[in-house]
Design a protein around this ligand. Structure first.
Ligand code: AVW
Length: 261
């Protein structure tokens, strides 16, 4: 049934070729190889539930409810104190969680893993995954299949977090914290204060790059105030050493990478 979905072509608008095959393959890799404790998950069913959320629908008006069956189907618990959010720091966050294997970014969970970096959508005129292209998200097309997916899974990821949670932020961009980001608009507001007692922020700076923002900057003050208002404690650390050492792999000679620093 899903063979028809395999005919995606790379397009100027950036739809991913072979989304269904990739999703199925990643699901099998994750549940059979990386996390055998999830080996009972039915990857074909996960794929069908995933595609049902958006096929035959207007690619600009996907709703959170469209993805609810997928969210209900795939339940995975991340251990307390092991959740790592990120904003503008995806690559480093993934490198860090790839080494510190007990930490989970969203993309280290099954739902995040199957969709990482893919672009997909449907078309009301067919029951197949759309070929050629997917519309970009903009003011006339605010709820794309891809963007709504990340909002929904991010919300669920934050809701189920517990203990101390962590966020890796980028101090080399304009602002380390942005209220417009998924972290700032979805995840922060879906932490449950009865389960999450502390948010720990790591503001990382590119080695040899500019330091535009830091724990002392106004964007982090804003984050602290939002978090404290929600009765969650807040701590911030610039250039958290274990993550800095990951950056040091590419810059071993930099002074900040010396053990004496
Ligand atoms: P951003 P956000 N693959 O760097 O705080 C493709 O400003 O907004 O960080 N696209 C993705 C993925 C992914 N794996 N993840 C998010 N996106 C989209 C999820 C999404 O629309 C994680 F748990 C997002 O707004 C992080 O804690 C944008 O790409 C948090 O959300 C990345 O923008 C990162 O989102």
């Amino acid at each position: 049934i899903w063979v028809g979905v395999l005919t995606w072509r790379q397009s100027s608008m950036g739809a991913t070729d072979h989304v269904s095959a990739i999703v199925l393959g990643r699901c099998l890799t994750y549940t059979r190889n990386m996390h055998p404790e999830l080996r009972n998950q039915d990857c074909k069913k996960i794929l069908n539930t995933f595609t049902s959320a958006f096929v035959s629908k207007d690619p600009c008006n996907i709703t959170k409810e469209d993805y609810q069956p997928l969210i209900d189907l795939v339940t995975q618990t991340v251990p307390c104190n092991k959740t790592l959010f990120w904003s503008r720091s995806k690559e480093l966050a993934h490198q860090y969680s790839g080494i510190q294997k007990e930490m989970f970014t969203l993309e280290d969970t099954l739902l995040g893993y199957i969709a990482d970096n893919l672009v997909w959508c449907g078309d009301p005129r067919t029951s197949e995954v759309k070929e050629e292209f997917c519309p970009y998200r903009n003011e006339n097309c605010s709820s794309t299949a891809t963007s709504v997916f990340w909002t929904v899974v991010s919300q669920k990821f934050a809701e189920s977090a517990c203990g101390t949670v962590y966020v890796m932020l980028n101090g080399s961009g304009t602002t380390a914290f942005s209220k417009a980001s998924t972290f700032g608009s979805v995840e922060v507001f879906n932490l449950h204060p009865d389960r999450v007692h502390t948010l720990h922020a790591w503001v990382m700076h590119d080695i040899g790059g500019v330091e535009r923002d830091s724990c002392l900057g106004s964007s982090i003050k804003e984050l602290k105030s939002i978090v404290n208002q929600r009765n969650i404690s807040f701590f911030c650390q610039d250039d958290y050493r274990p993550a800095r050492f990951v950056q040091c792999v590419r810059h071993p000679e930099h002074p900040s990478c010396s053990v004496l620093m």
